[in-house]
Design a binder for this molecule. Structure first.
Ligand SMILES: Nc1ncnc2c1ncn2[C@@H]1O[C@H](COP(=O)(O)OP(=O)(O)O)[C@@H](O)[C@H]1O
Ligand SMILES: C[C@@](O)(CCOP(=O)(O)O)CC(=O)O
Ligand SMILES: [Mg+2]
Length: 413
């Protein structure tokens, strides 16, 4: 059971080491990273272990609270900067549509969005008549409205979101969005507090209890976007680093010498919710067979995580670690194909990289989106450039990322 805390949007800090002075923070900027899944996607939804790591591509959510106007006036504005889209809802309209559920929730006990509430939120989103080509945004906006009204109630404010992550490509943009937003809202509500002392420009981290609360709220957001998420994406985006995740339990993996991965975005759009549902349907058509597939994936993730830890403790050589990881990734890709989530664009990446003896697997929900290629330590830059050039000739986009970095952080201004 989490301890109840009663912090306000005012943050206290040390003054001359003695006095404590209250400062009112009017704006918070939060960031949460995207992720790669090294092993275990989809199977993790069905109880298998999976291994994921944060990457240095972030979603930023800034939040400004506005003074409540007379008679509850004012509006909630959501500004999606990269997409050049802005949405707003008068607070009175939110209150009218959401009624009871627009009341500030019990912050320490995140609650799921009921189906009635989700229907009301969907109607509020529909007021903006998103064009068919952008309809995929409605899930993100619904999650945003749910988190905002549950954490802050119907008080006026403005959320500005920007992201380095491609959306719907398997790098966990939905989780980074839910985590950064939940963290900014919870800070504004006074439910969590960054560990740094001063207002300034530094990114500050949070303690374990605060991160746990951010993670729980973000999971509720992910449920709106994904339908049936395992929780791995919001967990790795919240806590950062490299983790093994199984049935909600999380082990932090020490990874001394971080693995190097090339990410290729096939630019084939897809939707995690539909792919997760597709795997579940296949599992209900072939329960025993799919249980064996999930079980095999579980073993792959377990073995992969122990190799990462052995390498961190210098108990196996780096080349041996890379050979083992490559083989496990190759097997995992085969099983993902069995689940029906590979795609011709993914197979093209696998073939192109194999020509250079490099092993790849899809990451995230598959069906297009991103592919990981393990880059051995000894691979020359020249070869890496050649592979990248070849992949780009297919129209794919390649990027190199740092693996295993920071999770959710905040900057107060
Ligand atoms: N910055 C963002 N702003 C609004 N919605 C977002 C943002 N990032 C993600 N989303 C929501 O998440 C969805 C993509 O999530 P998903 O299909 O799980 O793929 P992934 O998490 O791999 O990027 C988008 O369609 C959108 O609804
Ligand atoms: C397919 C899955 O394992 C990962 C989905 O990741 P993404 O949304 O495609 O980045 C689903 C989940 O674990 O919730
Ligand atoms: Mg997602």
């Amino acid at each position: 059971m989490r301890m109840k805390r009663n912090r306000s949007f005012c943050e206290s800090h040390k003054n001359n080491g003695r006095e404590r002075k209250k400062i009112r923070i009017m704006e918070v900027r939060a960031r949460a990273p995207g992720k790669i899944i090294l092993a275990g996607e989809h199977a993790v939804v069905h109880g298998s272990a999976a291994v994921a790591a944060a990457i240095d591509l972030y979603t930023h959510s800034s939040l400004q609270l506005h003074p409540a106007g007379e008679g509850g006036a004012g509006e909630v504005v959501v500004d999606l900067r990269d997409l050049d889209l802005s949405f707003s809802w008068p607070c009175s309209r939110l209150r009218e549509a959401l009624g009871e559920s627009c009341r500030k929730a019990e912050l320490q006990a995140p609650r799921p969005c009921s189906s009635e509430e989700l229907a009301s939120i969907a109607k509020l989103v529909e007021l903006h008549e998103l064009p068919e080509a952008k309809i995929w945004l409605s899930a993100g906006l619904s999650a945003c409205l749910f988190l905002y009204t549950s954490i802050l109630g119907c008080r006026p404010g403005k959320v500005v979101v920007t992201s380095d992550l491609p959306m719907g490509a398997g790098l966990g943009s939905s989780a980074a969005f839910s985590v950064s937003l939940s963290g900014a809202l919870l800070t504004a509500a006074g439910a969590i507090c960054a560990e740094g002392a001063n207002c300034g420009t530094e990114w500050e981290s949070f303690g374990k209890d605060d991160l746990e609360l951010v993670n729980l709220w973000a999971f509720q957001g992910e449920k709106i976007i994904h339908g049936k998420p395992s929780g791995i994406d919001n967990a790795v985006s919240t806590y950062g680093s490299m983790i093994k995740f199984k049935k909600g339990g999380l082990t932090n993996l020490k990874s001394g010498n971080p693995v190097k991965m090339l990410i290729t975005d096939t630019r084939v759009g897809r939707n995690t919710k539909a792919l997760v549902a597709g795997v579940s349907e296949r599992a209900s058509r072939h329960p025993d067979t799919m249980a064996s597939v999930f079980n095999a994936v579980n073993s792959i993730s377990e073995e992969l995580s122990s190799i990462v830890e052995l390498a961190a403790n210098d108990e196996i050589a780096i080349t041996s670690k890379e050979e083992k990881l490559a083989e496990l990734m190759e097997m995992n890709q085969g099983l993902l194909k069995c689940m029906g989530v590979s795609h011709s664009s993914i197979e093209t990446v696998l073939r192109a990289t194999l020509k250079y003896n490099l092993v790849s697997k899809l990451t995230g929900a598959g069906g297009g989106g991103c592919v990981l290629t393990l880059i051995p330590n000894i691979l020359s830059n020249l070869v890496l450039e050649k592979v990248t050039a070849e992949l780009e000739l297919h129209g794919f986009r390649c990027f190199k990322v740092q693996v295993g970095g920071q999770g959710f952080q905040l900057c107060r201004g």
